[in-house]
Design a protein around this ligand. Structure first.
Ligand SMILES: Cc1cc2nc3c(=O)[nH]c(=O)nc-3n(C[C@H](O)[C@H](O)[C@H](O)COP(=O)(O)O)c2cc1C
Length: 396
């Protein structure tokens, strides 16, 4: 099988294409695609393309800084790794690889509840700035036990994801054979056989070192195989959870606590009223609710409402350094990346994730130069042709 090499990738789109060459179709699509008609997925990108930046010439920009400070800590650049469930299915122990790349870049790494490597292993074997993402279970005692574990393991921040009150409707997963629980069909088995590299370097390696990957953070007795739906899994989507449940977590958690999945100033206000230290403006990368607004287009009103009282972070659809610059100019403190670093991990483990991070670093630097800025701290809304709003038509 001929693979394009990691070194040949020039941007994250190349990493995406290379990931498609390596993964079975159902796994690639699980990472790559959106939900239902994928309107939110497309709109996340279209929203960035509508925003233009004002150049400024003949400024000495020979030294351009990307360091930022967040929650009293310095970071190498304004990027963080968003929580994503399947890194360990894309590369053997992929979470460790991704976390190592984040540590080397001195940026936060968020471990997902559903990851295949345990939080204790990530803390022990890698370290760095570690955040833990929590999906609240309807049995809140299970969630509280997880929170306690994350605290004991030394995670600095708890990211509570709130944008999945019910399961999402990813019809392509059904079509391509990636259902939970996983059922072997002719189609999904054929897709695996077409990717022997993945089968041997990821799945066989797990097999040879003790068995198929599990949801390693799930409570005792529930760490079932990644391909099975566990009773814990069934309980993660909970349409009865409310702000009081978040309030309990706030009281329990001693470190910083963030709410992920905010898209309106009103919800941002509620998060602050309940003691959140930060909010993550996100539509889950367009994966959950297909009629959701593009985070970059709701960022300005949210920053205006709560930006002086809390750290506003954003994700969803960032593929270029210039996208990151746009968000920082509007007022975000940090941008989180989901798919792009997963594609990098798929192609080259730590080196691949590092390459993805480096693309953003180089592109941010280049964009700053065109804007006549010597550092990300000089960015403000004056560099935008207009402050984006959510009220524009999908295409202009
Ligand atoms: C394959 C995949 C799995 C994800 N799993 C989780 C998860 O377990 N918890 C969570 O809060 N967000 C999850 N997300 C959403 C990301 O944290 C993030 O919001 C999103 O990927 C950002 O958009 P981007 O992929 O365009 O960068 C997942 C995203 C992807 C692509």
């Amino acid at each position: 099988m001929f693979y394009e090499k990691l070194e040949d990738a020039l941007n994250v789109h190349d990493l995406r294409r290379m990931a498609a060459q390596r993964l079975p179709k159902w796994l690639f699509e699980f990472v790559d695609r959106g939900t239902e008609d994928e309107v939110a997925l497309r709109n996340n990108r279209a929203a960035f393309e509508r925003i233009k930046l004002k150049t400024q010439v003949l400024v000495d920009v020979s030294k351009r800084k990307q360091e930022i400070e967040l929650f009293g800590k310095k970071h190498g650049m304004p990027l963080g790794i968003a929580p994503t469930g399947p890194a360990g299915m894309l590369w053997y122990k992929g979470e460790l690889e991704l976390a190592r790349a984040a540590k080397a870049a001195n940026i936060p790494f968020t471990l997902a509840t559903g990851s295949q490597t345990s939080m204790e292993d990530v803390a022990k074997l890698v370290g760095g700035t570690l955040w833990f993402q929590l999906y609240m279970w309807s049995d809140v005692r299970m969630s509280h036990a997880l929170v306690q574990r994350a605290q004991n393991a030394g995670f600095e921040a708890l990211v509570v994801t709130v944008d999945g009150p019910v399961g999402t409707n990813r019809e392509y997963n059904v079509r391509n054979g990636y259902t939970v629980p996983f059922r072997y069909t002719r189609r999904n088995t054929a897709a695996v056989l077409k990717r022997p590299g993945w089968l041997f370097s990821v799945i066989m390696r797990y097999w040879m070192s003790g068995g198929m990957p599990t949801r390693a953070n799930y409570p005792e007795g529930m760490t079932e195989k990644f391909t099975h739906v566990s009773s814990a899994e069934r309980k993660t989507k909970n349409d009865s959870l409310c702000w009081d449940d978040f309030g309990v977590l706030r009281d329990m958690w001693k470190g910083k606590i963030l709410v992920k999945g905010i898209l309106t100033p009103a919800d941002a206000e509620r998060a602050i009223a309940r003691g959140a230290d930060g909010i993550i403006v996100s539509n889950h990368g367009g994966r959950n609710f297909d009629s959701s607004m593009a985070p970059i287009e709701v960022l300005a009103p949210i920053v205006d409402a709560v930006g002086s009282r809390t750290s506003v972070i954003i994700d969803s659809g960032f593929r270029r350094g210039s996208d990151v610059v746009k968000a920082l100019a509007i007022g975000a403190k940090l941008v989180m990346i989901g798919r792009a670093t997963l594609w990098g991990t798929t192609v080259g483990g730590e080196a691949g994730a590092a390459r993805a991070i480096n693309f953003y670093r180089e592109e941010i630097s280049r964009t700053l130069a065109y804007l006549g800025c010597r550092g990300v701290d000089e960015l403000n809304r004056d560099v935008l042709d207009r402050v984006p709003t959510p009220h524009l038509p999908l295409t202009m």
